[in-house]
Design a protein around this ligand. Structure first.
Ligand SMILES: [Zn+2]
Length: 216
């Protein structure tokens, strides 16, 4: 999981919400649509460097949805609050036959102040370990372990689909270190901490960064 630093709410959203009056209220279900919704969606993608808020796979507007960190069911007043919005991958199909889903569609209405590791928490990466197998595991640190374990389960972050994708990303990153000097490897590792010139993070960069920090 990679920390998401929230930017200012897009001006268009602020202006739209300010139109509220006795006869009209901004509402997620009733009237949050084009142009405001795609503007917000694009702002979230950019803010996250085009990776899923939970699993870290590459996302676009077509392959992601706007996710409420604190679900609308329990926190209706936050449904249009920019600080509560993040972009999640779709997981797998929700159509029958049922297949395991992950990230936002798996999380659904779950949220727990103490047991959910939020990508908006600056230390969120410290809750997880990423062995080269592609798995995600909770940290051994006792104070963080229960939340990490619960979050992995509730978001289905350790399903084989995601393990395989992470392993491919890790293998590619390790392959790129062949024949490099120690200093060059450190430079390469730093590169995964930053978005590229198109503002994109490398998919699964949290796992890759973990590996560089712990094995080099
Ligand atoms: Zn995801």
């Amino acid at each position: 999981m990679k920390y998401i630093k929230k930017n200012q709410e897009p001006e268009k959203l602020t202006a739209w919400k300010a139109l509220e009056n006795d006869d009209w209220k901004p509402d997620w279900d009733d009237n949050f649509q084009t142009p405001e919704k795609p503007i917000v969606h694009d702002a979230l993608l950019k803010e996250q460097g085009y990776i899923c808020c939970y699993c870290g796979m590459r996302i676009t507007r077509e392959t992601s949805h706007i996710e409420h960190l604190k679900p609308r069911s329990a926190y209706p007043s936050l449904s249009l609050e920019y600080k509560n919005l993040i972009a999640s991958c779709q997981g797998e199909s929700e159509e029958p036959p049922p297949v395991p889903v992950h990230c936002g569609h798996k999380k659904k209405y779950w949220y727990d102040e103490n047991l959910m590791v939020s990508p908006l928490k600056i230390t969120c990466a410290d809750f997880f370990q990423y062995p080269a197998s592609g798995e995600i595991q909770p940290t051994d640190e006792l104070a963080k372990k229960a939340a990490a374990q619960t979050t992995i389960e509730k978001l289905a972050l350790n399903i084989s689909k995601l393990q395989n994708m992470r392993k491919l990303a890790i293998d590619a990153a390790l392959l790129a270190t062949d024949d490099l000097t120690e200093a060059e490897i450190q430079l390469l590792a730093q590169g995964y901490e930053k978005p590229d010139k198109n503002g994109q993070y490398t998919p699964f960069c949290a796992a890759i960064s973990y590996l560089f920090k712990n094995y080099f």
